[in-house]
Design a protein around this ligand. Structure first.
Ligand code: UTP
Length: 452
């Protein structure tokens, strides 16, 4: 039956591997893979259905709360509101860590990459310490949800276990696994990997929504009394986890999904931009932005569409529930990727294939109300994406170091040139926190120093 259907769908090479004459191990693997996704749906994807289409209509700049707001008196009640949310245990942290990290080219989960300037703590350790510091500061529990993929789930769990969950209560750390989809050729044929199974890829960070529901995590959140989800990506060590001001603004304005943005460094920076289309908030990917939008300037010469997303969102739990009720229907994006697959002669070769992924930010237009908050890039964004050059480990370490040095200098300490400094979250979570620890810091920092 399945073999016949595969043949009808142009996947005769896969049907052949399911036949009685095929190698039994391969047969077993392919049969298992085919059970993990909706075949008819994927075939529709390969035929151009359910795909993302750039929004039609006139795109306007989003309404953004400027970064200067954070220091104003008006910010106080919102920050207090965010703190109240944390104190009352209504906030969960959620990190997406299911990506393949192909640009970085590592075997281990990306969260295990040693990323801090002096102690070389891993991303997961760093986030765990930030959560722990907040739990101590606000006498609360912040459940942490970690999205993995089938490829890295076991390694990620093992990594946490080996490190005693970095001091967090293991029962407050929840792993859930996202869906996978087959990668295909330009013609829509499935690819076979060197191990004889289908080449599959995680279904994008937009898969978070369906995975939250399918894994029972939304229910678990409900049981825990969680009302708001603080979402971030695994590769940004500068993320202010559960930032009270952001949470407060999101909550007190009745937003369902909110975003943090920074000023785009230049029109060609490859980040998505938060924009407005009619009464909807829409994040437009760099690659979907025509020159007219990308290069547009306001009368004062500033970029019109400057609000670059740093992939930090606050999401109401009931919004995640509502949009997944009938299965989240985020559109799929096609990405061309080099995939190692078996060639016609059965030997592994690099094939330019297609990956289908959904993006979390495509849920923004479904939110009746959103908040967009500008933050300072140098304080909150230092992603590790590439092996070298821009957004690499080197640039991230440099940015972290620069931020910690600026905290110290502002608090009146001298940091000698060329010296690396790192301030652990459990020592100080922010500038204000650091000032209160002044008596534990040497006046002059003249060698690489870790404050922890
Ligand atoms: P990226 O788009 O940077 O992808 O993901 P990546 O997989 O980490 O790296 P490349 O593109 O292969 O080099 C941004 C964030 O979204 C997560 C990643 O783990 C990262 O935190 N992500 C991405 C998922 O959780 N699942 C996915 O399917 C894709």
């Amino acid at each position: 039956m399945l073999e016949k259907r595969l043949r009808e769908l142009g996947q005769d090479h896969i049907a052949r591997l399911l036949s009685d004459e095929a190698d039994p191990i391969t047969r077993e693997r392919i049969a298992q893979d085919l059970e993990t996704f909706d075949l008819e749906f994927v075939i529709r994807l390969t035929r151009g259905k359910h795909l993302y289409e750039p929004p039609g209509g006139v795109i306007e700049p989003a309404e953004v709360i400027p970064a200067s707001f954070a220091a104003s008196d008006e910010a106080r009640p919102y920050r207090a509101g965010g703190i109240d949310l944390l104190r009352s245990g209504k906030v969960a942290a959620l990190v997406v860590a299911g990506g393949q990290a192909s640009r970085l080219g590592i075997d281990a989960p990306k969260g295990a990459v040693a990323v801090t300037p002096v102690r070389r703590k891993s991303l997961f350790r760093l986030f765990a310490e930030k959560i722990l510091a907040l739990e101590r500061r606000y006498a609360c529990t912040i459940p942490w949800f970690i999205m993995t993929s089938r490829e890295n789930d076991q390694n990620t769990r093992d990594y946490f276990r080996r490190n005693a969950h970095f001091g967090l209560v293991p029962g407050n750390v929840f792993f859930f696994t996202q869906g996978m989809l087959p990668s295909v050729t330009e013609e829509g044929r499935f690819l076979i990997g060197p191990d004889g199974s289908l080449c599959m890829n995680p279904d994008g960070h937009g898969g978070t929504f369906n995975a939250l529901r399918a894994s029972g995590s939304l229910e678990a959140m409900d049981d825990l009394g969680i009302e708001e989800i603080f979402y971030f990506q695994v590769d940004n060590p500068l993320v202010k986890v559960c930032d009270p001001l952001f949470l407060g603004l999101h909550r007190m304005t009745g937003a369902q999904m909110s975003s943090k943005v920074v000023k785009k460094a230049d029109p060609d920076e490859k980040v998505g931009v938060v924009t407005r289309l009619g009464n909807k908030t829409v994040l437009v990917e760099y690659s979907d932005m025509g020159d007219d939008v990308r290069l547009a300037r306001s009368t004062d010469g500033e970029l019109l569409h400057w609000a670059g997303s740093i992939a930090i969102h606050a999401i109401r739990r009931d919004f995640a529930e509502a949009i997944t009720k009938e299965g989240a229907s985020l559109p799929f994006h096609r990405a061309k990727k080099m995939i190692v697959a078996l060639g016609p002669d059965g030997k592994p070769i690099g094939i330019e294939g297609i990956k289908f992924e959904t993006f979390l930010f495509d849920a923004l237009p479904s939110a009746a109300k959103t908040v967009t908050l500008e933050v300072l890039r140098e304080e909150e964004f230092a992603p590790v994406k590439n092996r070298t050059g821009i957004d690499s480990l080197d640039t991230s370490i440099m940015l972290q170091n620069a931020l910690f040095s600026s905290w110290l200098k502002q608090a009146g300490f001298e940091v000698k040139k060329g010296v690396k400094v790192e301030i652990g979250p459990l020592f100080a979570l922010d500038r204000e926190d650091l000032a209160s620890k002044a008596d534990r810091i040497p006046r002059t920092i003249d060698r690489d120093t870790y404050l922890g």
